[in-house]
Design a protein around this ligand. Structure first.
Ligand code: FAD
Length: 386
């Protein structure tokens, strides 16, 4: 276990732990403000989609599992039902990417199942008022979902001489060379670490009714497993790289005019873009899918990630499902930016939903890194380590 903060380079990245800390200390205050804006705190989501893998109808009934829907008069006029039903679907020209994405379940560049903002299904949720924290969701249902997610890490490595049809399951020897498989696992594990850290950092003390930072929870789930901690830094570094690649696009993006805080959003987004662009790349996406047999893995990588986005409909607690779906969508958006597009921002097709999810998962990861600082400082203090 780490008794102090880890040092050296985070595996498979170009990022040192120390650099991550410095950069994150600058990013978090800006992201804190950005996710409070109207554009970034409302997310439209369908939490009633059935689980297509097993029977998961029993949603957790604990009070902290429930999600409060945003009222119609709370959200900007252009997102209200009346505005939606006034859209002339027949003559509507898809002047932005939203309509294009809604035409099919998966656009060929998507890594995720997307909840379309322009359909009647789904509801707006105020993310600030439904924070990710301890809900009490655990046991068989949660273990089953995590098990299914980790099962998506089984790849078939294409034969270097044949087609996908002659593929063989990944064997131990291939594990050692397949960066793609390792990256996939580390991303999922890092996201899992971040979710666990939020649970530990905002833990309900049932005796007092207060929300506390539970050090024992952190030690058990994270500190005793240094690889889980490193995977958190890994997924953070990949997300920083995606946002930095997206920076020119973000700087020119017209964020939902009419919400009232466009200028504030623009100022914060520009600041995030500036901070992530101010340092050398934290991750080199070109190491992925570069060599001959592994190029074909890209589609498989995408398909597996899409399955994970579908598995999120099987999470048996509404609040956990909300944050699970949103964060997988955010991470999927980061992967879409890194692997589905080149460097020309004019090519990028991203919906508001994807951008909201991306910035919110970025904020969650950033918060997790900061919580790690606090927990590790308490461990060091308890052990008398400098
Ligand atoms: P779990 O976290 O359930 O882990 C299951 C197993 O996975 C562990 O036994 C271990 O072998 C392995 N594992 C654990 N961490 C890692 C890692 N980082 N990398 C690799 N392997 C790992 N609960 C809440 O209270 N609030 C939430 O917001 C919330 N959101 C959730 C979102 C999703 C998508 C899911 C599936 C569950 C969520 N939960 C949430 C439940 C929570 O994640 C745990 O499942 C629950 O707290 C029980 O934890 P556990 O200690 O049994 O281990």
């Amino acid at each position: 276990a780490h008794c102090s903060l880890p040092s050296g380079t985070v595996h498979d990245t170009c990022c040192r732990f120390e650099t991550a800390h410095e950069l994150n200390a600058r990013l978090l205050p800006v992201l804190d403000e950005l996710v409070k804006t109207t554009v970034f705190r409302y997310y439209k989501i369908n939490l009633a989609k059935p689980c297509r893998f097993w029977d998961e109808s029993m949603l957790c009934t604990i009070r902290d599992c429930s999600v409060a829907e945003a009222s119609e008069d709370e959200i900007p006029i252009q997102w209200r039902k009346a505005a939606l039903s006034s859209i002339d679907w027949v003559n509507r020209k898809p002047k932005d990417s939203d309509a294009l994405v809604s035409q099919c379940e998966f656009n060929d560049k998507d890594f995720c199942q997307l909840d379309d903002e322009l359909t009647e299904s789904g509801r707006y949720v105020n993310l600030v008022e439904n924070p990710e924290r301890f809900t009490g969701y655990a046991g068989e249902s949660a273990a089953r979902v995590w098990g299914a997610i980790y099962n998506e890490n089984c790849f078939e490595v294409p034969s270097s001489h044949g087609s996908m049809g002659t593929s063989r399951p990944l064997q131990k020897a291939a594990d050692e060379v397949c960066t793609e498989k390792r990256v996939f696992y580390n991303l999922i594990s890092g996201l899992h670490s971040s979710i666990s850290i939020h649970i530990c950092d905002q833990w309900l003390d049932r005796n007092t009714g207060n929300w506390i930072a539970n050090l024992g929870c952190y030690i058990e789930r994270i500190a005793l497993h240094p690889e889980r901690l490193e995977n958190l830094y890994f997924v953070w570094a990949v997300t920083v790289r995606a946002v930095s690649k997206l920076a020119p696009f973000l700087r020119n993006h017209p964020f939902c005019e009419g919400t009232g805080d466009e200028r504030l959003v623009k100022a914060h987004v520009d600041q995030v873009a500036e901070i992530v662009s101010s340092c050398p790349a934290t991750f080199d996406e070109k190491i992925m899918f570069a060599q001959a047999p592994y190029q074909q893995l890209k589609q498989e990588f995408r398909d597996h990630f899409r399955n994970i986005s579908l598995i999120m409909d099987c999470v048996g607690c509404e609040k956990c499902r909300l944050w699970g779906k949103l964060q997988v969508t955010g991470l999927g958006t980061a992967l879409k930016v890194l692997f589905s597009y080149g460097d020309n921002p004019d090519e990028y097709r991203l919906t508001r939903q994807e951008l909201v999810a991306l910035m919110n998962v970025f904020h969650r990861l950033s918060e997790s890194l900061m919580a790690v600082d606090r927990f590790q400082a308490r461990i060091a203090a308890d052990l008398g380590v400098e």
